[in-house]
Design a protein around this ligand. Structure first.
Ligand code: ZN
Length: 274
């Protein structure tokens, strides 16, 4: 692997479908936010996706678009590449966003969802960077960071509902059938999406806190009236600046130097299998 400089950063943002349609963060034109450049890094799992480097109030943030997914690269490899870089950069705080389908019948379109737990129904189980750790998935989503996201979203969009609950992760790329949605609902999930895992495991592995805010972009099959592609497309384009604003405002709050009050870092232990 060629020698390279991975800049030190404490915070990263993993972009999903919510901010995909805009140039994030420059399109927000937010004071105190400055784009510094873009970079691809060599990793043991192949070249990383393009990272954008930007600063918020002078502090560096690393970001990738769409979870690092791109054509010709397996999603598991993309996740490993992203988290390998984040580990080398020293990232300890990760925010993410994405779109989800609602299983809970009282969730509306464009409601926000900040998960507090998950059920991993994906087949991507064996996605890790090393065999060094025993990862405890108690409180998998950082309660402290989730609180920051929720307060920021509520402050910016007081009329919007913000739900907590369980995120069921599927492989995609297709959506789920009615029978699958029914089963997932019985399992106790509130939404279905494709991106919380393996990210949440990899975040714990590198000792970072992880949270995300997810926009309800459709109802899962069999939940309420059938959704339409035009409705999904409208949300995809119209909500991008709103999601971007929540992320940038949350990053600003996290730059304030306040100490995190969570126990996420203690939920990574040395493996007993060595
Ligand atoms: Zn935490």
């Amino acid at each position: 692997m060629k020698k390279q400089h991975i800049p030190k950063a404490k915070i990263a943002f993993i972009g999903g479908s919510g901010t995909f349609s805009i140039r994030f963060p420059e399109e927000l034109q937010m004071p105190g936010v400055k784009v510094l450049g873009q970079q691809v890094f060599s990793t043991p799992f192949g070249d990383s996706p393009k990272f954008k480097l930007f600063s918020v109030q002078g502090e560096l943030v690393l970001t990738v678009k769409m979870h690092g997914w791109r054509a010709g690269v397996k999603r598991a490899d993309a996740s490993r590449q992203v988290f390998w870089v984040l580990e080398k950069a020293g990232v300890k705080t990760i925010l993410a966003e994405g779109g989800v389908g609602s299983v809970a019948r009282d969730f509306g379109l464009c409601d926000f969802f900040i998960p507090d737990d998950y059920i991993d129904l994906s087949m991507r189980k064996d996605v890790h960077l090393s065999d060094n750790y025993l990862l405890i998935m108690r409180d998998p989503i950082c309660p402290y960071l989730s609180g920051v996201l929720a307060r920021t979203a509520a402050g910016l969009f007081p009329d919007r509902k913000i739900h907590g609950g369980v995120y069921a992760v599927t492989d995609g790329r297709h959506f789920e059938s009615r029978a699958e949605v029914k089963m997932i609902g019985l399992f106790g999930a509130d939404v279905i999406g494709q991106t919380l895992c393996p990210e949440v495991y990899l975040a714990r592995e590198i000792g970072a806190c992880y949270t995300g805010i997810y926009l309800v972009v459709n109802r899962a099959e069999g939940i309420g009236p059938d959704w339409s592609h035009s409705e999904l497309k409208d949300i995809f384009y119209q909500e991008a600046l709103n999601v971007g604003k929540i992320i940038l405002e949350s990053l600003k709050k996290l730059m304030s130097g306040k100490k995190k009050t969570c126990h996420c870092a203690k939920l990574r232990k040395k493996t007993l299998l060595k």
